[in-house]
Design a protein around this ligand. Structure first.
Ligand code: FES
Length: 104
């Protein structure tokens, strides 16, 4: 079963920024890329670095520790040393609040 969880105010995530939030034990990174908000798992699959602290180019984020790349749209791994991708989450905005779809 899935449900929408409010995770942040839209004002807390200006264009070009990232924000780490939690739903239960899931760490989720929110990224505002030119006004579109993406949500992916915020723990790199290589050694758990926060992807929110990484460099974003277009819709790719580079892990701040060893440079693995992930697709912000899908969570797919784009380069090593990450062994696999991270989860991606649906996002919606309602009345200035950011909601993420939780599958728990
Ligand atoms: S922790 Fe992300 S590439 Fe190593």
């Amino acid at each position: 079963m899935s449900e929408w969880k409010e995770v942040a105010d839209q004002a807390d995530l200006p264009v070009g920024s990232a924000l780490s939030v939690e739903i239960g034990r899931d760490k989720i990174g929110l990224f505002n890329v030119e006004g579109t908000i993406y949500a992916i798992g915020d723990e790199c699959t290589h050694a758990d670095a926060s992807l929110c602290k990484g460099l974003v180019e277009g819709t790719t984020v580079y892990c701040p520790w060893h440079g693995a790349a992930f697709d912000l749209k899908t969570g797919e791994k784009r380069s090593n040393p990450a062994p696999f991708g991270v989860p991606s989450y649906k996002v919606k905005i309602d009345a200035g609040k950011i909601f993420v779809e939780s599958k728990r």
